[in-house]
Design a protein around this ligand. Structure first.
Ligand SMILES: C[S@@+](CC[C@H](N)C(=O)[O-])C[C@H]1O[C@@H](n2cnc3c(N)ncnc32)[C@H](O)[C@@H]1O
Length: 297
């Protein structure tokens, strides 16, 4: 049964019991939370670990790591956190002298802190600048990216990453705006180029597409999927939660290929989705799909 929504929690972890179950946590095991965020899933993982166990938490977002470190900083919990992208985990564990891990969790997508922040520009309901970077210290903002892209390139991004059929009209409208530096500017461009009935969906798709492009999200996921299995112990588990079909498809295809290569046993024939109860209590969980697999050779 799901707990009622706790508004004091910075982010409500999605499918907490399913994640725990599929990770098959061992008390002395070494685990990687590649998207540790505010540490919701990490708390649950740590609850299962002895003092000989270990949790390595990564996130690109320094603010998220601050919240996570505040949560665990004063305790003697066996966790270390690192501001790195999850696809860089092989170098992180190597530096820590860890050859392999017993389980890996990726909870892709955005945290509630990021969505709710007016400073980050992730959500069309927010205000402020069009930034969208997970790591605000590096890379181009969404506003910079838009100004550097041609209309054709922008159309491609909106179509490929947002699966938005009005991509051409929207890209033209965005490029025609005098200024494109705030969330309000982008919303106005989308308002001018989409029918009102479907606008909410168009807004969500365009914001998703730009966020994926700004952060190179699919390249990072591909890089992770190409290498993770070599760092997972035999009987080790990988659990990946994705929030849009492009990511879920990549996970599905990789698991299938690794199964055919005799390396993985896929534990989820179909993706697991949050219960109706959880979806009702946490609307942000609705698009989540969980896939899990176990290394067998
Ligand atoms: C849905 S939240 C994770 C929430 C976390 N599981 C919890 O329970 O608090 C996703 C997190 O992934 C982070 N993130 C996005 N891309 C990343 C990447 N390439 N590497 C590491 N973290 C990333 C985001 O900054 C965000 O904090």
């Amino acid at each position: 049964m799901t707990m009622p929504q706790d508004y004091n929690q910075p982010h409500i972890p999605v499918m907490l019991s399913e994640v725990t179950q599929y990770l098959n946590l061992q008390r002395d095991g070494v685990y990687l939370d590649g998207t540790v965020g505010a540490g919701g899933h990490a708390t649950q993982i740590l609850n299962h670990l002895s003092s000989h166990g270990r949790l390595i938490g990564l996130d690109r977002d320094a603010e998220a790591l601050d919240i996570c470190n505040d949560r665990f900083g004063a305790s003697a919990r066996p966790i270390s956190t690192h501001q790195k992208s999850y696809h860089q985990f092989p170098e992180v564990i190597q530096e820590l002298g860890v050859p392999e891990v017993n389980g890996i969790l990726l909870d892709l997508g955005l945290s509630s802190m990021q969505l709710d922040s007016d400073m980050r520009g992730f959500a069309f309901e927010s205000e402020g600048n069009l930034d969208m970077r997970f790591n605000g210290d590096t890379g181009k903002t969404a506003s910079d990216l838009i100004s550097q892209l041609s209309e054709k390139e922008l159309t491609e991004i909106i179509f490929q990453y947002g699966e938005e059929r009005h991509s051409r009209k929207i890209a033209r409208s965005i490029k025609a705006m005098k200024s494109m530096t705030t969330v309000a500017d982008l919303k106005e461009a989308i308002r001018r180029s989409t029918p009102p009935q479907q606008r909410h969906k168009s807004l969500a798709r365009v914001f998703q597409a730009l966020r994926i492009a700004v952060n190179g999200e699919l390249d990072k996921l591909k890089s992770f999927l190409d290498s993770f299995v070599d760092y997972l112990s035999i009987n080790g588990r990988v659990v990946i939660m994705s929030y849009h079909s492009l990511e879920d498809r990549m996970v599905k295809h990789t698991f299938r290929a690794l199964k055919q290569a005799g390396k993985l046993n896929v534990l989820t024939k179909k993706p697991i989705i949050p219960s109706a109860d959880e979806q009702a209590q946490n609307s942000r969980s609705r698009s989540a799909k969980l896939r899990a697999a176990e290394r067998i050779a």
